[in-house]
Design a protein around this ligand. Structure first.
Ligand SMILES: Cc1cc2nc3c(=O)[nH]c(=O)nc-3n(C[C@H](O)[C@H](O)[C@H](O)COP(=O)(O)OP(=O)(O)OC[C@H]3O[C@@H](n4cnc5c(N)ncnc54)[C@H](O)[C@@H]3O)c2cc1C
Length: 556
């Protein structure tokens, strides 16, 4: 396959030569560097590249060009290669223009001229952009193919699993693409096996029938077996809090394992765009954050076991034992519970039956494309619902946010409310709640109870995404750890009642800030009683807890 292109445009021939030289020396082995002195000519070139089925990874344009401003060029270039990363070269005096360009034209980065030394001011940022591009870029498809139907909960579960674990796959809806010649060939080849959906076809020619995530995980090389049975630090839960703890623990020399039952990233992995995480002025997707954190954790030697669920906890002296869903047990000196929260179930007739067949909890960033031209109902009024609605609105014809209250103002952040107001295909349906969902094999209609009129309204629908708050799933810890009435784990000062340390506490000190009622077992992130439910606070707690773990381990 031809190398992807890095295209740079600058009307100043000296600058163009310099940037071409720097790009070539660093990226020439993996990319084809092309320079152009004119934005118009560069746009023509992009069209030619498109026609030849070439790939462009980066568009890098000078902002001040007499023929056409860099921002304008990038905007036009984006129409031709929407997935290419877009960056501006600016003079210091143009910084403000560059910042507003980021907002207006979806530009990923701006570089200051001069960029010397490139090892500091050019390559690290470009590495980041190109890593991102590579992560999302799908070359001519050579990976696994999943055959299923849109309304099958099993197919949905498998696709969700693959997407959240960032395993590239090609989806073939055997009903929708029944007339597609390629699909016909595959179905003929499978014969009667084609009835055992979802079917997964692997590049080595093997296949799995009625595939479930655990089998596919093994086949694609996700690790589900621990290498050893003892660790300094075991972390249950691979959301932002668990990942932060893993990075800090392993980078500071602790033999660390992280156990995750679905996919690293946790709830944050479902967020289409996190805009309030420090250091990412244009936001980043939860999937991106998770991918970066996983690479970072693996670099420090963290063992990540996923998908694998922790189902039981027991202690013996200073050892803590975690039983896993596959029947194995691992032990550790220090244990971190970072299991976050899970969506609250919506209690209405039909919801359970049609879950995965038009009715979904949460909604991954990757779901939006499936609803091109359709109406999507988003139930709930908090930030997660707002983000999802904005994401769906990019492809759906109409998105309806259904809320019990009179508006979003008391439940959603103002920046999301503002974005929603500016998105014409999002509507708010206030004073409404789901009374029942209808459909034989998949969602066909929803009945809403409107509290202002006290009437039921029945609407046609193919997709409903539920975001109605979340609760911790900590029943498996009930016999060992103290929890509040809703199941959140108590830590630190919350465990001291009337000046007394928790029952069974044997040490001559109070529990550390994030420590539970069992020494050496910590709880961080959303699962902790009183936690702030944010990515940054989960990351902060996961990182800080490692310091307490060092103190704990120094006395074990
Ligand atoms: C759609 C959406 C958008 C959001 N947007 C933002 C935002 O823009 N900004 C922001 O700051 N916050 C946002 N949040 C909130 C933020 O994602 C959470 O506060 C954060 O993810 C909490 O991190 P955590 O690690 O504590 O838990 P989680 O992210 O919930 O991760 C917990 C992990 O533990 C795993 N797990 C649970 N039980 C077990 C078990 N028994 N064994 C093994 N693994 C287990 C789960 O599978 C999960 O992966 C958003 C949340 C959602 C759902």
């Amino acid at each position: 396959m031809a190398k992807p292109v890095l295209l740079t445009v600058d009307d100043d021939s000296d600058v163009l030569r310099a940037i071409e030289r720097d790009l070539r020396s660093e990226y020439g082995a993996d990319y084809r560097v092309i320079g152009s002195g004119s934005p118009e000519a560069a746009l023509d070139l992009l069209k030619q590249l498109k026609a030849r089925n070439d790939i462009v990874a980066l568009l890098l344009a000078d902002q001040r060009m007499p023929e056409m401003e860099g921002v304008m060029f990038l905007r036009e270039g984006m129409q031709i290669f929407p997935d290419a990363k877009r960056a501006l070269l600016t003079a210091y005096a143009d910084t403000n223009a560059a910042i507003s360009a980021i907002n207006e034209a979806n530009i990923h980065y701006f570089f200051m001229k001069p960029w010397d030394p490139p090892t500091e001011h050019l390559y690290p940022q470009l590495d980041d952009l190109l890593d991102d591009w590579r992560a999302l870029y799908r070359p001519v498809f050579e990976g696994i193919r999943v055959l299923g139907t849109r309304w099958s909960p099993k197919s949905y579960e498998l696709r969700d699993f693959l997407a959240r674990n960032r395993v590239p796959y090609q989806w073939i809806d055997v009903e929708l693409s029944a007339n597609d010649p390629e699909t016909k060939v595959v179905l003929q080849y499978l014969g009667p096996e084609a009835a055992s959906l979802p079917v997964v076809l692997f590049p080595d020619g093997s296949r799995l029938l009625e595939s479930v995530p655990a089998e596919v995980a093994q086949k694609v090389g996700l690790r589900t077996r621990a290498q050893t049975d003892f660790y300094d630090l075991a972390i249950v839960g691979g959301g932002p809090a668990g990942l932060a703890a893993a990075v800090y623990g392993a980078s500071e020399g602790l033999k660390t394992v992280m156990i995750e039952k679905e996919a690293p990233g946790g709830q944050a992995g479902m967020s289409a765009r996190i805009e309030n995480y420090l250091g990412f002025p244009i936001g980043l997707s939860g999937g991106d954050l998770a991918r970066r954190a996983v690479v970072q954790a693996q670099r420090f030697g963290v063992e990540i076991l996923s998908p694998l669920e922790a189902v039981n906890l027991r202690t013996e002296g200073s050892y803590r034992f975690v039983r896993l869903a596959d029947g194995n047990e691992i032990s550790c000196h220090a244990l971190m519970i970072a299991t976050g929260v899970q969506w609250r179930r919506l209690e209405a007739p039909g919801v359970g039956r049609l879950q995965g067949a038009g009715v979904y909890y949460g909604g991954g960033a990757g779901d939006a494309l499936s609803y091109k031209g359709e109406t999507v109902y988003v139930v709930g009024g908090a930030n997660s619902a707002g983000q999802a609605a904005i994401n769906f609105a990019k492809h759906a014809e109409r998105v309806v946010i259904v809320v019990r209250g009179s508006s979003l103002s008391s439940t959603m952040s103002q920046y999301l409310i503002d974005q929603i107001k500016q998105t014409p295909n999002i509507q708010i349906w206030a004073h409404a709640s789901v009374a029942e969902v209808h459909g034989e094999t998949h969602l066909e209609e929803i009945s809403f109870l409107c509290s202002d009129t006290n009437k039921l309204e029945r609407v046609q629908a193919t997709a409903m995404f539920i975001f109605i708050g979340a609760l911790p799933r900590t029943e498996w810890l009930a016999n060992v750890l103290e929890r509040d009435e809703r199941g959140f784990i108590l830590t630190g000062p919350d465990l001291i009642r009337d000046g007394q340390r928790p029952k069974g506490w044997s040490l001559e000190r109070d529990p550390f800030l994030l420590e539970t009622n069992v020494p050496g077992i910590f709880a961080v992130g959303d699962v902790r009683h009183g936690s702030v439910k944010r990515v940054a606070s989960g990351v902060g707690e996961g990182s800080v807890a490692v310091q307490f773990i060092h103190q704990y381990l120094s006395k074990v």
